[in-house]
Design a binder for this molecule. Structure first.
Ligand code: PRP
Length: 210
């Protein structure tokens, strides 16, 4: 009997894509779970238990070992900087982290930058040698330059629709984002066979569709 794997899954838009990927890799994950509001979901068919987490909290659960592995965007991994192993690029939820502004943006001294990703933004401008004031917001970041809260924003761009609808332009890409599989360091040793078997299945499936 193999160990039950505790998997921190991001609630919301990545979940459906990730669970589809797991199914395509041959794991028996019932479809009817996609719309459940349950937060701890046993998946005995796949010898797993899903912990339905807010995406930004997935690396925290994995670092503390309450989840053995987790599914999380590279954006969250970069921002949270948790002590976890990054095992696999799942290639889903592809988008990018970018600097965004109004088309007539002009550089100013000590500009304000609004973002949901204060660590990513601070590091980016620090590496550029540019002094900025970072303002943390929790959503609708595109509002900030429109209403004069910030000169620019650092945010995710997927289709570009939000930018177009709000008359903003992407000025510079900071890094590309895809969803990653991560593991707790101790779990990776203690449940190595189980985790490795999962990685192999996912990798084979990903190689066959690429
Ligand atoms: C994200 C992101 C952008 C938008 C990008 O916001 O912060 O606003 O999606 O996607 P697009 O390029 O396809 O338009 P989200 O929908 O997560 O909501 P939020 O504004 O509350 O963060």
């Amino acid at each position: 009997m193999q160990d039950v794997l505790k998997v921190a899954m991001p609630k919301g838009r990545i979940y459906k894509q990730a669970s589809r990927l797991f199914r395509e890799a041959g794991l028996l994950i019932p479809e009817d779970m996609d719309d459940s509001r349950k937060l701890i979901i046993p998946v005995p068919e796949a010898n797993m238990e899903f912990i339905m987490a807010k995406p930004v909290d997935v690396p925290t659960y994995v670092e503390y070992g309450v989840a053995d592995i987790g599914v999380v965007g590279k954006d969250v991994l970069m921002e949270e900087d948790r002590d976890v192993y990054e095992l696999l690029d799942l290639g889903i939820a592809r988008c990018r982290m970018s600097v965004i502004g109004l088309p007539d943006w002009q550089p100013v001294l000590n500009p304000r930058v609004a973002t949901k990703y204060p660590n990513v933004a601070s590091q980016f401008f620090r590496e550029r040698g540019q002094q900025v004031e970072v303002i943390k917001l929790n959503g609708s970041i595109e509002l900030a330059p429109l209403i004069g809260l910030a000169d620019r924003i650092v945010d995710m761009v997927e289709t570009g629709q939000t930018l177009r609808d709000n008359g903003l332009v992407e000025q510079e890409e900071i890094f590309a984002i895809t969803t990653r599989l991560i593991a707790n360091r101790v779990s990776y040793r203690m449940k190595n066979a189980t985790i490795q078997a999962l990685c192999d299945k996912l990798q084979q499936m990903l190689a066959s569709v690429r």
